[in-house]
Design a protein around this ligand. Sequence first.
Ligand code: AMP
Length: 284
Amino acid sequence: MEIITRQQKMASVAKKLRRENRVLGFVPTMGALHEGHLSLIQKARQMTDEVIVSIFVNPTQFNEGTDFEAYPRDLTADAEILSPFDVDYIYAPDSSEVYGDEYSTFVTVDDIADKLEGSSRPGHFRGVATIVTILFNTIRPDFAFFGQKDAQQVAVIRRLVRDLRFDTEIIVLPIVREDSGLARSSRNERLSAADRKSAAVIFRALSAANEMAMDGERSAGNITDKVREVIETEPSGSIDYIALVNKESLDPIEKIGKEPALLAVAVRFGDIRLIDNIVLNEEE
Ligand code: AMP
């Protein structure tokens, strides 16, 4: 496993590998690696010849400076976590290496980027689409792996890849959860012990909604009411949004039809904002 910090080096290594007809798998992360990230890396290992994991806390996708400052960074610990996973390269550039002094080009995905997370975190997906574009252009991976945990990010990246004709196939993997059902996230470490326990209510609420849908409930209002009712049993949680939307367009749904419906929530515990989701009506 080689750690690369320079953009030019990463680009030239990737170019050489492509010339040798190696299939490149890319897993973008912000570090503080946990089992959610590792599931993507394991899939990349199965599907591709060369696995490249990027670790970069991308400043342009944070809208609260304090959240960016507080984001955990420990490259040595992350490299240690990756050591059993047969990763070929870690790409861990500095912010100055990626954006430099005179950086002025940003990528915006209209419409779907403005919904859900977009309204609570203006500019977030502009930062995501920009960094993904820069990293895809540096590495030119055959496959890139993302988690369904960030469902809107997946919708934005699929649209970005389609619209700008990136020659990279997007692979999306299921949400990895703690034993309590809480979706794994680097932010969980910053929850108090009590909040971490309480936050398991999110998955209980999504599961209750899923059961309702499986029992034939079609009304978005009834389903989101149920989610709210369950989450409100934990007074320490404060709901930011509960939304039932089309999985691709993220347009609100009133009645579940034939298409997969994304039930997405954001809930705050203390000053930590957690997101989670479940897809209703998805064919396996
Ligand atoms: P991050 O480091 O938070 O930017 O996440 C990097 C990638 O890991 C993204 O594609 C996330 O969707 C994915 N990821 C984060 N948490 C999970 C999880 N609990 N299960 C599956 N994938 C995850």
